[in-house]
Design a protein around this ligand. Sequence first.
Ligand code: ZN
Ligand code: FE
Length: 259
Amino acid sequence: MELFPLPAFSDNYIWILHNRERALVVDPGESDGVLAWLAQHGLQLDTILITHHHADHTGGVAALREATGARVIGPAHEPMPEPLQRVSGGEHVDALGLRFEVIDVPGHTSGHIAFYAAPPVGEGAPLLFCGDTLFSGGCGRLFEGTPAQMLDSLTRLAALPGNTRVCCTHEYTLSNLKFAQAVEPDNRVLATHAATCLQQRAQNFPTLPSSIAMEKNINPFLRTAEMAVVRSAQTHEPSTTPDAVSVFATLRTWKNTFK
Ligand code: ZN
Ligand code: FE
């Protein structure tokens, strides 16, 4: 099974998973690049997975379905390009011989879902397609959800196996890590990882997929229980209390205007 992040727009990735014959794509915001890539690699599109309703994740769905006949699977509770199979947390999707578990992750949008699959032993680390929920070093903006909802969603993702490959939809890593370093200037793992990512971007390589284990070490939004993170949040916003939701809310608001 092979995994490829196809760049789209200015900073999106359309993840393509394939077995050299059939392919699955996640959140195709556009179709031309996907169709060209599939043709170039001699792949038949089997399945389109959608995490949430934003146009940069759904804009290519109708054209891809039309051109390939692929089935479309997306969230139960979001406006979607019909027709499609709608799924929500606790359900399963079988595709390319893998069983994907659907996880409800509201916060960025109210019906946002993620897809998680653990391939058989020896066939690669587990995969998480999490859209705009968990980013490397950060998380999605709260357009339709509360801090408590998003924290809950991220906590569910953080409980997945450490070697899970985090396949999120945007290359926001460098700006996220800059913020993370403002929150945790003394985090050595973070500093080392930020240097690595800078080098990768300088060569135009993706910084993704990340892993759950790495995110737990570097992503301030998964580290709201760390004393250093609590103290930083309280320094930035003195009304912050030490509980995780309050720390998370302060970090999210701080990041919205951080440069
Ligand atoms: Zn979005
Ligand atoms: Fe997006």
